[in-house]
Write a protein that binds this ligand. Sequence first.
Ligand code: AMP
Length: 182
Amino acid sequence: METLTTQQQSFLLSTLRDVPDFPKDGIVFKDITTLLNNHEAFNLLMSHLESKYKNQGLEYIAGIDSRGFIFGSALATRLGIGFVPVRKKGKLPSKTICEKYELEYGFDEVEIHIDAFKNKVGAKVLLIDDLCATGGTAEASAKLIIETKATLVEVCFLINLSFLDGKNKIEKYAPVYSVLNI
Ligand code: AMP
């Protein structure tokens, strides 16, 4: 199903667990492990994303470290295309390009293999992660994909924290789709 009904969205929402004050005071952490261990929910989500993206000529799914790997790789195999990890600095073994982004306190960096899309100019890529908060991680990841000369077709999240406005930041690079807006 290309569009989820309100009932299906509510069902997916009901499988998420809010963990207050993790990883630090004041943050309500959206725990997706309770969706992943519910076969009906995980399958509904992946079937939805499969039907939404199957006719878009995508060539790669890029997933953001680390929960984007779970949804991204599952989607890539469903679509019959390759998966590419965007990782936190220092984890990828071959030649990388790197992008720094600002956190609440300090900076972090993400990396991608320079040849992740096999150097194909215009390769059609969907970027995916579990959640958009400030949008900083996805924005940096989007910049990396564009720097490889691939085409960033869309950025997809399971959850968008609408009150944080991170989506706007990413829309400068590509359209953004989120399954659940909170
Ligand atoms: P941001 O760069 O601020 O959009 O943060 C996005 C990254 O941090 C994603 O990879 C999320 O998995 C994680 N994240 C940020 N805030 C939360 C939250 N409230 N609950 C779960 N994960 C979060």
